[in-house]
Design a protein around this ligand. Sequence first.
Ligand SMILES: CC(C)(COP(=O)(O)OP(=O)(O)OC[C@H]1O[C@@H](n2cnc3c(N)ncnc32)[C@H](O)[C@@H]1OP(=O)(O)O)[C@@H](O)C(=O)NCCC(=O)NCCS
Length: 347
Amino acid sequence: MPGAAIQTVLLLKMENTRIDSAAAATPEVRISALELPAPGFERFTFPRYRALLAGTEAPETMHERIAVGARLGDAPVGLAFYSRAFEDGAKRRLLSVMVSPLLRRHGYASRMLALGEALAVARGAQVLTATHSSQMPAVTAYEALIRSAAWSAPAEFEYRLAGKASWALQAAQDWAPFLARLETRGYGSTPWGEISQGDRERIAQMVESELPEADRQFEPFTPEKKVGLLPDLSLLLRRRGEIVGWILASQGAMPGSVYYSSGYVVHSVRRAGWLVGGVREVCQRQAERLGGDTLSVFETSPKNNEMRRFMDRQLKPYSVWTDIRYTSEKQIGATHGEATTAPVASA
Ligand SMILES: CC(C)(COP(=O)(O)OP(=O)(O)OC[C@H]1O[C@@H](n2cnc3c(N)ncnc32)[C@H](O)[C@@H]1OP(=O)(O)O)[C@@H](O)C(=O)NCCC(=O)NCCS
């Protein structure tokens, strides 16, 4: 039909006009690998990585990281930042990806991720991983971006809840009758920094021969649990002097926050209030030592239904925020000598 043909030509002309004028008005955005440090790009990542990018903190391993930048003329307008390689060089983590708000939905993040992947493959990586929080402001955009770049669907891996440490003082009043009952049933505790050699041996014996197989992951003396451990804010829990559990605290990633990443109580005292009592006590210690406004953050696997129920029932009324953290990954390199079949994001 001739009418339809004319309409198509007109539309094409209009489309060309729009693209031409846009191209004339906007300098080209260039995507390239960055040499680190790369001052100017730090505002396109989380505060905790800014010193690395800016070069105010420069570890010797700086060159092992990967950074891809977007520039409009000379001005930084976006960044994709990756961790050093881990697991024998096979994996890297995408730490952050961000594009200046006015330049979003032009494909720049996709292009940065494509170049980041190519660089990671060239340095031997086979898998990229990334984590994000349900609290992140641009969560929909980020999830859509990694979906379009053929990453795996995000899977829940951590449930977190944070409250100001002063909640423990309020809870001491709200829970007064319950805490008094706990006391009469023999509740007691010892700060981690004051536990004796005998206590250590007793814990080792419990882990070795009394804890069910599935509970051995709660062993408190593993090297990972020692990293950043705060002995003053960690507690051994007792019933009439006998060790019945522990709560471990470590330095939180956010300034002024303490992570209570491990809380364990033996089966014979479960549902009897020991964890509630212990959690309240460590937070009171935190409020006294670090201030009532510092954050106490609790985390658990979303599959740990018992802990999640405990957090929701007992702690949520005092929380400042809760979130779910997700993990996603992408196969990018040859695995076991075979070429990957995973699609590669288009540049
Ligand atoms: C997430 C972010 C990096 C995407 O940057 P971008 O340059 O706009 O992304 P792209 O243009 O390359 O988008 C690629 C694809 O992702 C999807 N996408 C990106 N933003 C989207 C949005 N707001 N809504 C829906 N889909 C979106 C689309 O499928 C898009 O392709 P399309 O435009 O052809 O439909 C950007 O929104 C951002 O900087 N957000 C703030 C920082 C952030 O939260 N980063 C993630 C955690 S570190």
